[in-house]
Design a protein around this ligand. Structure first.
Ligand SMILES: NC(=O)c1ccc[n+]([C@@H]2O[C@H](COP(=O)([O-])OP(=O)(O)OC[C@H]3O[C@@H](n4cnc5c(N)ncnc54)[C@H](O)[C@@H]3O)[C@@H](O)[C@H]2O)c1
Length: 366
């Protein structure tokens, strides 16, 4: 099948766009750049350093289409300093409103590049070219862009949709196993919050890896889920949960990333642990049964994601970090819980003591 024969649509009226997923979708990236040039529109590329060093032949092809800025790998690049370097790169290359930016990399470059596109000249077109599993199944879709500041993750950013998303699964062959597994945390999350049959499929399949025959279908299903949720509640405003449900495990996970220090836990590793904490919370609130919690734990372990904190970090520091989370409303911590496997809901209020107990149970220190 040719790369352009199937796609998933994110339906947002005149801002709708397609997500292309497949082994040879990189051809599509080059065609998109080439057709922009033929319309007299220039292209610029921000590229993750870990990707560029591992994919030299693709990088050599990109060079023909416009200037390239290589960004250092890792979460610490989602910073004001790197944002400023992207602005300088765009300005130095005289990128104007008719031009188009391609963000080539994982969630870090996607979030940073997307926010640069949202804010440079008050907004220029951009494409997401995800190169990690996490970015293919989650971060490249839905238009959340942004950077971290000292007070917390993703606290500065914008909703800004790309013009399209090109996911070439061949790129994943050079991804480390640890980063691949980190992406699996978001796949597990989508099954848990939205689609029990996806979760069951993960249980039935042997361990997924970059060349697993089922992987493109699994990525596609994740994109369908994310597209449906984003299409119904783009800006996380639904009273019944909507897009906010995608934050399952994230109140815990973001706090772990922040307190342990960005980079200590990969994003997906923190989210995997956050999913276990959310499952534990759901059990304590009488929704999940112990056997469900065990299924979640087994899935997290299957992908070598941590099931306990690696080092004891402080409970008060974690709770404090949660209070800075974007999900806090009028000072109340908000968690996403599981009504049952495959169905999430917003927990309106949780007793602080319960959160302390859960965190301690996973190795945090009082
Ligand atoms: N915007 C959203 O909706 C959203 C959703 C989920 C997560 N995120 C964000 O995504 C980020 C995490 O993304 P990530 O897990 O992709 O991390 P990442 O972008 O840091 O990439 C992980 C590692 O893989 C390397 N890499 C990338 N592609 C490669 C390839 N094809 N071959 C070899 N190495 C490659 C990178 O150099 C890096 O070291 C976090 O900042 C998180 O907050 C955003």
């Amino acid at each position: 099948m040719n790369w352009y024969e199937t796609s998933v649509e994110v339906e947002l009226g005149d801002r709708s766009y397609l997500i292309w997923i497949g082994e040879d979708v990189e051809e599509g990236i080059l065609q998109a750049a080439s057709s922009l040039l033929s319309e007299n529109r220039r292209c610029a590329f921000v590229v993750d350093a870990g990707f560029s060093s591992n994919q030299p032949s693709f990088m050599a092809q990109l060079q023909d289409f416009g200037p390239i800025l290589i960004l250092p790998a890792g979460e610490t690049s989602k910073s004001l300093a790197q944002l400023s370097s992207v602005y300088d790169f765009l300005a130095k290359n005289a990128i104007d409103r008719s031009c188009c930016l391609f963000a080539v990399g994982g969630g870090v470059v996607g979030d940073l590049g997307g926010f640069a596109a949202a804010s440079y000249l008050r907004g220029i077109d951009y494409y997401q070219v995800p190169t990690t599993l996490l970015s293919m199944v989650d971060s490249s879709v839905g238009g959340k862009t942004g950077i971290n500041i000292a007070a917390g993750k993703n606290l500065v950013g914008a909703f800004f949709q790309p013009r399209g998303v090109y996911s070439s699964t061949r790129f994943l062959t050079t991804l480390s196993e640890r980063d691949f597994n980190s992406g699996m945390a978001e796949v597990i999350k989508h099954g848990l919050l939205y689609d029990l049959s996806l979760f069951e499929k993960l249980e039935q399949l042997d361990r997924l890896h970059p060349t697993h025959a089922e992987l493109p279908r699994i990525i596609r299903r994740n994109c369908e889920i994310k597209a449906a949720v984003v299409g119904a509640d783009e800006r996380e405003q639904s009273a019944s949960g909507g897009r906010a449900l995608l934050n399952l495990g994230h109140t815990f996970g973001h706090a772990i990333e922040n307190v342990a220090g960005y980079g200590e836990y990969l994003h997906g590793e923190a989210i995997g642990l956050g999913l276990l904490m959310a499952a534990d919370l759901s059990k304590r609130l009488g929704n999940l049964q112990e056997k469900d919690v065990i299924r979640v734990r087994e899935m997290v372990r299957r992908y070598a994601l941590p099931d306990n904190l690696r080092q004891p970090i402080s409970v008060p520091d974690l709770v404090n970090a949660m209070r800075h989370d974007k999900k806090v409303k009028r000072g109340t911590l908000r968690f996403v819980g599981l009504q049952k496997l495959g169905q999430a809901y917003i927990i309106q209020e949780v007793d602080d003591a319960l959160i302390h107990e859960i965190l301690s149970g996973f190795g945090a220190a009082e």
